[in-house]
Design a protein around this ligand. Structure first.
Ligand SMILES: [Zn+2]
Length: 434
């Protein structure tokens, strides 16, 4: 049963190993008996004969050895048991953590335990106490059985990881997850980073466009001039990851990868030293907007490989992924979602020879499962069409964008690029039809 998985991460040698073995022998059988289907997964090494014996004796315990990428394991776990870095990583992923260190059992993180957890580095640094295994078994059973308790523990931990902790210091010691927590913290200093969403860039408005997924080149040029005059600097997700964010960043995104982006957008980027993020389909066999044509949208060519390479080499365009086949992910099964999301990252990285850092959910359709799969696939950022959050750094897997329509006037544009826009929309309760 996937929803009763206890993940334990730690070294399997020295005093840590002694604590772990005792824990498994004393706690695991009680939990397995009281929570049908409960399993204990242990990550870390070295896995010895003694561990294998225990595995044979207790079928609900599994040793997975040392794992390089812990993130998918954290995400699958119901409850995470650990100290120090493990506890922090799991908390950053909003997992309920039961803190236990070499010397002390702290227990499930709740607001009143946060102080003790911090003071002892989750039980690693303290006077040695006798471990109360009965209490730990009771805590685990309670957490595994109660989604409410889990949510409470997850929230307490997440708040701790977000606020109090000295993330700068921690980040210096490790990479990956911390980078992300740090990034979120770093980005939260911006009141607002406008992320604008465009599609086609055309010379002349097509007469028969149904979805109005275009901007006329001249208008886009006006908008670029406007942004420049207001001191905005266009950045890419790579800039944000590298913490190269200017005082007034703006993100210009273009979905679907139309050939007109090469013809009309690239020259403007060069002229104004602006940068953009363009979202491509992973399946390079697609030649046009086949998904919109049956609905009566005029056919529009997609970028050719040579054009993509030139744009990529210009340094002015960062490419992101937009699924393999421009599908509605909310209508797919998890394995299919994974193929679309993971597949497009791999295909584009192979083709571009560069990491693909962001994913644009086709049609802006997403749910928590899709977001989780996207994060698991290794994208640091996911962009949506509209999102529930007003602040950029709030949820990097659901970054809301402002839909730029052909008729967007400079005044509308000003509203849309000002930090007030999203709150204003919230107040008035209006939403884009996109
Ligand atoms: Zn699209």
């Amino acid at each position: 049963m996937a929803d009763a998985l206890v993940l334990i991460v730690g070294r399997l040698s020295g005093p840590k190993n002694q604590v772990l073995l005792e824990l498994l022998r004393s706690v695991a059988p009680v939990v397995a008996q009281k929570v049908p289907g409960a399993r204990f997964q242990v990550l870390g090494g070295p896995v010895t004969e003694e561990h294998r014996k225990l595995e044979k004796q207790f079928t609900w315990v599994q040793f997975e050895g040392h794992q390089k990428n812990l993130r998918p394991f954290y995400l699958r776990a119901t409850v995470v048991v650990g100290a120090g870095r493990v506890a922090l990583e799991a908390m950053a992923l909003k997992k309920p953590v039961v803190a236990i260190g070499e010397r002390l059992y702290v227990g499930p993180l709740s607001p009143d335990k946060v102080g003790a957890a911090k003071a002892t580095n989750f039980g690693d640094c303290s006077e040695k106490e006798d471990f109360d295994w009965d209490r730990m078994a009771g805590d685990l059973v309670e957490l595994l059985k109660s989604p409410k308790k889990r949510a409470q523990a997850a929230k307490a931990g997440f708040n701790l990881a977000q606020s109090d902790y000295n993330l700068e210091k921690v980040a210096a010691q490790t990479e990956g997850l911390y980078q992300k927590v740090l990034l979120e913290k770093n980005l939260s200093r911006f009141h607002e980073i406008p992320v604008l969403m465009y599609h086609r860039v055309v010379e002349k408005a097509p007469a028969d466009s149904k979805y109005n997924v275009y901007v006329v080149r001249e208008k886009l040029e006006e908008q670029f001039q406007f942004l420049k005059s207001r001191g905005f600097e266009a950045v890419t997700f790579g800039d944000l990851l590298a913490r190269r964010a200017p005082a007034k960043p703006v993100l210009l995104t273009f979905d679907d990868g139309y050939e007109d982006n090469y013809l009309h957008l690239l020259p403007l980027l060069k002229k104004y030293r602006m940068r953009a993020v363009v979202y491509l389909l992973g399946d390079r066999k697609h030649r046009n907007n086949f998904w919109d044509i049956p609905q009566g949208e005029p056919a529009a060519a997609l970028l050719k490989e040579k054009q993509i390479r030139e744009m990529s080499e210009s340094g002015l365009v960062e490419f992101g992924a937009h699924s393999m086949n421009h599908v509605k992910l909310t209508e797919l099964k998890p394995a299919q979602i994974r193929r679309e999301v993971e597949g497009s990252k791999k295909a584009l990285e192979k083709f571009l020879g560069k990491p693909v850092l962001s994913f644009a959910y086709p049609y802006g359709l997403l749910n928590n499962e899709i977001k989780e799969i996207t994060a698991q696939a290794g994208y640091p950022f996911g962009v949506a069409v509209k999102g529930p959050f007003t602040r950029f750094g709030k949820d990097l897997m659901e970054i809301r964008r402002v839909h730029m329509f052909p008729g967007t006037s400079l005044f509308d544009f000003w509203k849309k690029t000002s930090g007030f826009y999203h709150r204003y929309r919230k107040w008035t309760g209006k939403f884009d039809a996109a």
